[in-house]
Design a binder for this molecule. Structure first.
Ligand SMILES: *Cc1c(COP(=O)(O)O)cnc(C)c1O
Length: 448
């Protein structure tokens, strides 16, 4: 294996070293090369070195340079050096974190990483959690725990009896709910259309005074980090309002929850610790490799009850909590290893700096756009910037031209009826020079 793994490491290094000088979007030739990988399944196997070489030669040029510092589309992180290297080592380990007996190292690292994250994000010290594939699955797991708890309080064991015949409860979301929460609601059988939608303010924050009157326990889904504006719902106030009803508050905090790990931004997420469950991404702002998200639940017993499948002869029967009892999956890769390495390499100060730096870059980009005569549609409180180039048509043309230009990559969105360019700064690799170079490119393209 030795020459093969060294070849892989060299190719990966070359790829990363090429990012500063390549177009962020793949070139036309780069895309055409993908046809070379799209062949009928060969009858005879091929040499692993030749397989790797094909991947690099025709796969690498067809990628988008999201691992570099000039990608501002969606909310996409890069991979920190320590996290990427740990991910490779963990790949070689190939451990399964379903059961501790399968991998004491992976189980321990996952527990430590969860503890560090819980602490950094300011969540209750009793909260328990699990690593899942991303924020959508973290929402799914959090909502499943909520469903379990709310129905258990009504004397209904949903894990064994299912939802048929269960007493209904209201589900409250905001008008700005992320589609992944709606997807998770549909997957846990709560329905994405029977929700009550609460109006929002001009930054997309749920307005607590507009919450519906609740006569009993409800599931209330709030958001930390609006994908357009970066704004955070007033979670503490909402929790206080609904607490007397016995409701469960779930926070979709894919990237915004990380504000809590940064002293200069922690005021934004004040009060989130009053909620009952939280979903957060690792592959966005923590900059660990895909796919990595985390669910936390204040009373971990509800998560465990919701994620347990029952007893099987060959599985351990002792009371010790096992990884697979807290996650939707049984077998899972050891995502905690990447997160552990990222957090250990950054430390508390490094995480705070990563968040703070991204926010400062976002603000600088907003200032540059404003100085160029373009309108910024949001209060730039976090890492998200919305730019209006004058009309929907013009903004669309600027976004297309920016993507073609290749200096950076930004996508489009609709904000309160205005078509906007969305800039999200989420990568550890973005440097001040990148910000200036990208701002120059956007302004040049816009003035053309
Ligand atoms: C990205 C995001 C999601 C979905 O997360 P995945 O990791 O893609 O599953 C959900 N909610 C918010 C607010 C997000 O930003």
């Amino acid at each position: 294996m030795d020459p093969l793994l060294k070849d892989a490491a060299e190719r990966a290094s070359r790829y990363l070293e090429g990012l500063p000088t390549r177009s962020v979007a793949p070139s036309r030739e780069g895309l055409q090369g993908l046809d070379r990988l799209d062949t009928p399944l060969p009858e005879a196997g091929e040499d692993p070195g030749a397989v790797l070489s094909l991947l690099d030669e025709y796969g690498s040029p067809g990628t988008v340079a999201t691992a570099g510092g000039r990608y501002f589309g969606f909310v996409i992180g890069s991979a920190l050096p320590a996290a990427l290297a740990a991910n490779w080592l963990a790949g070689a380990w190939n451990q399964n974190v379903a059961l501790e007996v399968m991998s004491p190292a992976a189980a321990r690292l996952e527990r430590v990483a969860l503890r560090w994250m819980r602490d950094l994000l300011g969540l209750p010290p009793t909260a328990e959690g699990a690593f899942v594939t991303g924020d959508t699955m973290a929402n799914f797991a959090g909502l499943a725990a909520a469903r379990h708890a709310l129905l258990k309080a009504r004397g209904w064991d949903v894990a064994t009896k299912g939802l048929f015949g269960a007493p209904p409860f209201p589900v409250v979301v905001s008008e700005e709910v992320h589609v992944s929460v709606l997807k998770a609601l549909s997957m846990v059988g709560l329905g994405r259309e029977r929700v009550l939608r609460v109006p929002v303010d001009d930054q997309g924050r749920m307005r607590p005074e507009e919450l519906p009157r609740l006569d009993g326990p409800a599931l209330v889904c709030v958001q930390a980090g609006n994908v357009n504006t970066g704004a955070v719902d007033p979670v503490g106030e909402i929790c206080e309002k609904v607490r007397p009803t016995g409701s469960w508050v779930h926070v979709d905090g894919a990237f915004g929850l990380w504000a809590g790990a940064c002293p200069s931004r922690a005021h934004l997420t004040e009060g989130v610790s009053s909620a009952d469950s939280w979903a957060v991404d690792g592959h966005k702002w923590l900059n660990v490799p895909y796919d990595s998200g985390t669910v936390f639940v204040r009373d971990g017993g509800h998560l465990r009850s919701a994620m347990t499948g029952g007893s099987v002869a060959y599985l351990p029967t002792d009371a010790k909590p096992e990884g697979m009892e807290y996650a939707p999956e049984m077998s899972r890769r050891a995502r905690g290893v990447d997160a552990w390495a990222a957090l250990r390499s950054l430390g508390r100060a490094g995480v705070a700096d990563l968040v703070d730096r991204s926010c400062r870059h976002a603000r600088r980009l907003a200032d540059r756009m404003r100085e160029g005569g373009h309108r910024i549609l949001n209060d730039v409180v976090l890492n998200q910037v919305l730019v209006d180039f004058g009309s929907a048509e013009r903004t669309r043309r600027v976004i297309d031209a920016v993507q073609q230009d290749g200096t950076c990559w930004c996508g489009g969105t609709e904000w309160r009826g205005v078509h906007a360019m969305r800039i999200s700064v989420s990568s550890w690799a973005t440097r001040a020079e990148d910000v200036e170079r990208c701002a120059d490119a956007i302004l040049r393209v816009a003035s053309d």
